[in-house]
Design a protein around this ligand. Structure first.
Ligand code: ZN
Length: 498
């Protein structure tokens, strides 16, 4: 039976956040633990089941995942990489291919890209066997990744609901290479654009038609995978850009042609990427939300999008919260609003054991000092021990009420992606007039509840106004920092190594 080395890393690293993501932020699965944690909508699950169904034996290494955050601690990353390489070395001579589940935008403090060095070391150990990987749609393709793998496939949906299918595609490419004893041909074309996920949801144009093109391309008999890798705009590095990536069975010129054509189309549509939802600056957003409340259109959702932890922001920026706390009309509402929430372990600890008490609490700006901590007297409404966010290491939550705002405080750097969190804190979110989340576009779970949703263009490490961000390392010219320049995709075409 042919044996395929598997494993992976999933982290999206925001280089503007001062937080360093360490061991305590990661869920690390080792060896058979990877098989014991199969879950829905997960690329590694798609890889494992596809390989097994085709009669291959997946050989597990390490799979590590964390909520997006700041760059990853260098020593911890080296440890993870060493663990993976140790197994890869032990298995030398007994492995036929490698298939990994990667994010593609993980960055390491002091080192830079994470996925490139992993693939490079595996390639040095195994110069002749096929290496494939699945990627997040927000992956940042790099030379080291491209040169040291035989093919990638990225998600085709945002919000990401096709993670398993993408793992299936990566595994199928691996199987194709093994069964045909061939190395597929790849083409990668860089498109000099920075693009936020909030302007590139796949349920609206222009992404609907761009994704349709990918699917049409993939239906062609000699194409294995076609992907749009959007890059990640809140990381300042020379690789930041959009990438078009096509894998064909054995036709380099076709891979080139398809990738170039798609890159050209993508570039031509650059002005068509607009916010997928209603949006407004903070003050206007509050006014508009209050109007909707007056019309009975509740709950109104406000996304505090400049500080979105699911895109790696620190989740402790306080300016928008301060504005809500001091807003006279918010304080006149008959029911409190929900604010989810702030990452502040010390504030959570200060609430422990004091449910029902009125206390003075300092909260927010615990990590990022571009806003100020707030200090208010309020009531500790509830605490919740060991809240599990998406299978990550658990952390406590506290609910603290100031005036007409119920503030969720989190011990861990979690995402505020589901109303279930509020229910676990004893709230009935549908009964509250306004729900504020530190989030970008609304997840399907929130969307199902929202009568109206406004993306608030607030401040923080995920500022949606990319043209305003002071990038130091991003290669220029790049849209939308630079608007007036010509782009010829043929100058940005890179073919695979073999
Ligand atoms: Zn993503």
């Amino acid at each position: 039976m042919k044996r395929i080395l598997i494993g992976g890393l999933h982290h999206e690293s925001n280089s503007f956040s001062p937080i360093i993501s360490g061991e305590g932020d990661f869920k690390v699965l080792r060896g058979d633990e990877i098989f014991e944690n199969i879950r829905d909508n997960d690329s590694i699950s798609g890889i494992i089941t596809t390989l097994e169904q085709a009669g291959y034996e997946p050989v597990p290494t390490v799979f590590a995942r964390a909520v997006p955050n700041g760059e990853v601690d260098g020593r911890f990353f080296q440890q993870l990489k060493n663990e993976m390489m140790q197994i890869a070395k032990q298995e030398r001579g007994r492995i036929d291919a490698i298939c990994l589940a990667l994010h593609g935008s993980m960055r390491v403090e002091g080192l830079g890209e994470a996925e490139g060095p992993i693939l490079e070391e595996l390639r040095q150990l195994y110069p002749d066997i096929p290496i494939f990987a699945s990627l997040d749609m927000h992956a940042t393709m790099t030379d080291r990744m491209h040169q040291n793998a035989d093919g990638f496939a990225g998600y085709k949906t945002a919000p990401h609901i096709d993670c398993t299918e993408t793992g299936v595609l990566a595994a199928r490419m691996t199987i194709y290479a093994l069964e045909n004893q061939t190395i597929p041909t790849t083409a990668w074309v860089r498109v000099p654009m920075l693009l936020a996920g909030e302007k590139s949801g796949t349920d609206v144009e222009p992404m609907i038609s761009l994704i349709d093109q990918l699917k049409t391309i993939e239906q062609s008999d000699d194409v294995l995978a076609a992907s749009i890798l959007m890059g990640f705009p809140w990381a300042d590095n020379p690789d930041s850009a959009v990438g078009i990536y096509v894998v064909t069975k054995n036709d380099q010129s076709k891979a080139d042609r398809l990738a170039l054509a798609l890159a050209k189309t993508f570039w031509q549509k650059r002005q068509e990427f607009v916010f997928v939802s209603e949006y407004a600056k903070p003050k206007e957003a509050i006014d508009r939300a209050l109007d909707y409340v007056a019309q009975g259109l509740t709950p109104v959702y406000l996304s505090d999008s400049g500080d979105n932890p699911t895109a790696g922001a620190s989740a402790d920026h306080t300016k928008f919260l301060a504005m809500l706390l001091e807003h006279p009309d918010i304080n006149k509402l008959t029911r409190p609003i929900i604010y989810g929430g702030l990452y502040d372990p010390a504030a959570v600890a200060a609430c422990q054991g004091r449910v029902g008490q009125t206390i003075e609490l300092r909260f927010g700006a615990a990590f990022d000092h571009s806003s100020d901590p707030l200090r208010y007297t309020g009531q500790v409404v509830r605490t919740l021990d060991r809240y599990h966010y998406h299978g990550m290491p658990p952390g406590d939550l506290a609910l603290f009420r100031v005036h007409q705002v119920l503030i969720v405080l989190a011990e861990k750097h979690v995402g505020f992606t589901s109303p279930e969190m509020f229910r676990e804190l004893g709230l009935a979110p549908e009964e509250h007039p306004i729900i504020v989340c530190k989030l970008g576009y609304l997840t399907p779970e929130h969307k199902a509840l929202a009568r109206r949703g406004i993306l608030v263009l607030s401040e923080g490490n995920t500022d949606q106004d990319l043209a305003q961000i002071d990038y130091q390392k991003v290669i220029r010219p790049i849209f939308p920092k630079d608007l007036d320049f010509a782009y010829d995709p043929t100058n940005h075409l890179k073919r695979g190594r073999r």
